[in-house]
Design a protein around this ligand. Structure first.
Ligand code: GYE
Length: 385
């Protein structure tokens, strides 16, 4: 089915849901904008332990807001094709689970899920397959940020709205909404944190090795650019920067070669996701390099999924910059807005926190805005995805 009448009451309730936040930290509203991109919201000042019982509140909101997508009168089910990046990381697993949970049969959806295995050609084919199946909506998490205009034009011609999640599409605007994170802000935050940390610890030289994510992914581009902006301004030495493809094996392989090539020359390792950090930790351990809060090497990571936060709490990852994968409730809001004939927000930004173990710094300034650092607790880990 393509169009459905939804009551004004539902419409209002959906707006409430949109503003209610999502997942394990639903009390916080994501930033939204209808025109240009804005920076992600500052992390909440209080830590998760101090937050109101957010999950329960949101669950209540959701219940109030959610009429099942299944039109019970007609028995119609909303069919969604989801072209997912792959299965490379803990973050990806959480993202897939979020979509499968929200777009379940019980909720009135038929979710056609394709794991594109990090293969851009396969992802374009998946989208074409969804067009052939005449699904109602297509969700794309773009493996790479370019090469999209032709297939998005095909979606448009077929009258199928496309919703982009997580990574951005940078060479076409033929999609109705994007829900995700500001990756450049994440990279800037990592840089600003390192700047403040290096000053607090009296680090004289900052010699950095970067393990990038997958080449061409907007998450990689944004985190690299953001961190580099601060590194350049501070005159840090970025010794090398290579892709670990967002995997543990990739992170380990790159770090093994770094340990051989740059023995004794580095004191900071930046991994662009937790899984790469786990691999880098293994490589450093094997090479006899100490890392983390008591080690010789400052280890920075991104994502802050459960296992990543456990390593922060253990003191192995020095700082972890969150990327929230629980976009699906917001995608559902977009779909419900479309169902009711409304115009959804063009961009919805997820809310994120910056996690550390030590409490020597309480905040950093990112894009001229004060942002709190959150000291990881077991309670936070238990609530994380
Ligand atoms: O950081 C990484 C995943 O696109 C933000 O992709 C996502 C990234 C995430 O593989 O773990």
């Amino acid at each position: 089915m393509k169009k459905k009448l939804v009551s004004a009451v539902l419409c209002a309730a959906m707006t409430a849901t949109m503003l209610a936040g999502c997942g394990s930290k639903p009390a916080e509203a994501p930033a939204t904008t209808t025109d240009t991109k804005t920076e992600a919201e500052a992390p909440a000042a209080d830590d998760a332990a101090a937050e109101a019982p957010a999950a329960d509140d949101a669950a209540a909101d959701d219940t109030a807001a959610e009429a099942p997508a299944d039109d019970t009168a007609s028995g119609e089910v909303v069919t969604i094709g989801f072209a997912q990046v792959g299965h490379e990381s803990d973050w990806r697993t959480a993202s897939t689970k979020s979509c499968q949970t929200v777009f379940s049969a019980e909720n009135g959806y038929d979710l056609q899920f394709v794991d594109c295995d990090n293969d851009s050609a396969k992802q374009i084919e998946a989208v074409r397959g969804f067009i052939q199946q005449q699904v109602d909506y297509i969700i794309i998490d773009p493996i790479v940020s370019t090469g999209w205009d032709t297939v998005l034009t095909e979606c448009e011609e077929a009258g199928i709205p496309v919703i982009v999640i997580d990574r951005t599409i940078d060479d076409s605007d033929k999609y109705v909404s994007w829900v995700g994170s500001n990756f450049k802000t994440e990279g800037l935050a990592a840089g600003e944190w390192l700047k403040a940390y290096a000053a607090a610890k009296g680090m004289e030289d900052v010699n950095v090795l970067v393990i990038e994510g997958s080449t061409g992914a907007s998450a990689t581009i944004g985190r690299t650019d953001g961190f580099k902006e601060i590194a350049d301004a501070e005159g840090w030495n970025i010794i090398d920067s290579q892709s670990g493809d967002f995997t543990q094996a990739g992170g380990q392989e790159v770090m093994e070669s770094y340990c051989k090539s740059y023995e004794g020359q580095f004191n900071v390792v930046v991994c662009q996701n937790d899984n790469e950090a786990f691999g880098a930790m293994e490589a450093m351990k094997n090479a006899g390099v100490s890392y983390g809060v008591d080690g010789d090497v400052v280890l920075i990571s991104f994502d802050a999924c459960t296992a990543g936060l456990e390593e922060v709490m253990a003191g192995n990852i020095t700082a972890d910059f969150e990327c929230n994968p629980l976009a699906a409730p917001f995608v559902e809001d977009v779909i419900k807005t479309l169902q009711s004939g409304g115009t959804p927000e063009k961009e919805v930004f997820m809310v994120e926190h910056w996690y550390v173990k030590e409490d020597i710094l309480s905040d950093i300034t990112v894009n001229g805005e004060k942002q709190e650092l959150t000291v990881v607790t077991q309670e936070i880990i238990d609530a994380q995805y």
